[in-house]
Write a protein that binds this ligand. Structure first.
Ligand SMILES: Cc1ncc(COP(=O)(O)O)c(C=O)c1O
Length: 379
């Protein structure tokens, strides 16, 4: 069935003439990697957040991996993180040879419950990967307190919470490194890319070296003083990011406006729970409300698709991914709170340039699908 309206995508980056201009500037300069545009992108991030260093890298995943590696996490260690996240939060731990331990999440914020984190600590626990999911900051002060008491390293996966803060204090300024990811659906994109924010001079130098094949700290020509990676961000990608930074505030305001339209309308739709609003500011990344239990989410998604609206089950929990089930023996029932959230949240179209009419269209379709024939969508 078609509605005659253009299809509404799940996400759509805003790309302006400025990104084009800066990309062309890099291409014309012939300095495509390790050039001034990369340095500019890093400097502008550091200034924006108010940290001493922003180390750019090829992806958020690369940033997480490097931070864990730099902290000495390795075989025999355990690292606690959330299963209600993108698979990279846990994969980055596996890359180091350490074991992943999943802590239950809070049913409202969907972020790790500090009490569950503390209960998961063993003598082998070395680090916490704090995830700020769906743009809502985790309980940073409580998690820092736990880490201090148990002598744990913290790496913050802020890939979905670009420019976020807790109690007004920016993520990245809390004394541990925070990582942003710049995939195309993020609040700011470089197509692919990431950045690590830190005030620690020694860590920043190490991360810079690790991202560039372990290049010696004095930058000597082809001298490699440690085992590193090729996790560099090219200047072409950095140019997109510099252009994006110039209108990040506008894009964030666009997302906040779209979220506001959604929240008002979703409240009126039976069997849909709007996104949580709490004491912290959300850096809007996705609009993913919860469907009531008993609603067949896949059927809803199929019917929305028939009405020209893209929607996805989001986010599948990590421990039930086929690889994690096969490798580590996880089965449904391991993390009931995480699994219940993961089974009921649905990502709806969400991007800064979405119009109020489009939000109306999505919400009208959702209401129709959910009320049209309950038998069809009820399990
Ligand atoms: C929570 C979270 N962590 C890590 C990542 C990984 O980032 P990237 O795709 O840039 O490697 C993402 C990206 O989607 C993410 O959402």
């Amino acid at each position: 069935m078609t509605t005659g309206q253009p299809r509404i995508p799940l996400a759509r980056p805003v790309i302006t003439a400025r990104e084009r201009e800066l990309v062309l500037e890099v291409l014309d300069s012939r300095q495509l990697s390790l050039g001034p545009m990369l340095a500019r992108f890093e400097r502008e991030w550091a200034e924006r957040i108010g940290v001493r260093h922003a180390v750019a890298c090829s992806s958020g995943t690369a940033g997480l991996h490097m931070c864990l590696h730099a902290a000495g996490v390795g075989p025999g260690d355990e690292v606690i993180t959330s299963s209600f996240s993108f698979v990279a939060s846990a994969n980055a731990v596996l890359f180091t040879g350490a074991e992943v331990v999943f802590a239950e999440v809070d049913p409202q914020t969907f972020n790790m419950d500090p009490a569950a984190v503390e209960a998961a600590i063993t003598p082998r626990t070395k680090a916490l990967v704090i995830v700020d999911i769906f743009g809502y900051p985790a309980e940073i002060p409580a998690l820092i307190d736990i880490a201090r008491r148990h002598g744990l390293v913290i790496v913050e996966d802020a890939c979905q919470t670009i420019d976020g803060d807790y109690d007004g204090k920016k993520l990245g300024t809390w004394g541990h490194p925070a990582v942003y990811g710049f995939y195309a659906n993020k609040q700011l994109t470089t197509a692919e890319g990431g950045v690590i924010l830190t005030d620690d001079d020694r860590l920043a130098a190490l991360l810079k070296s690790l991202s560039n094949q372990g290049r010696s700290d004095d930058g000597a020509w082809l001298v490699h003083s440690r085992l590193g990676f090729n996790y560099r961000l090219s200047d072409v990608h950095a140019a997109i990011g510099v252009g994006q930074l110039e209108h990040l505030d506008q894009m964030q305001a666009g997302r906040a406006q779209v979220a506001d339209w959604y929240q008002q309308r979703v409240r009126a739709i039976p069997n849909v729970e709007p996104m949580f609003t709490g004491p912290q500011r959300r850096s809007w990344f996705v609009y993913a409300p919860r469907l009531a239990s008993g609603i067949d989410r896949n059927a809803v998604i199929t019917q929305l698709d028939e009405l020209g609206i893209s929607a996805k089950p989001y986010l599948p929990c990590i421990h039930l991914q086929p690889f994690y089930q096969d490798q580590f023996g996880y089965r449904p029932g391991t993390l009931p709170v995480t699994e219940a959230i993961s089974a009921s949240t649905i990502a709806l179209p969400f991007f800064p340039e979405m119009t109020e009419d489009q939000v109306d269209q999505v919400c009208a379709a959702l209401a129709t699908v959910l009320t049209r024939d309950r038998a069809e969508v009820a399990r």
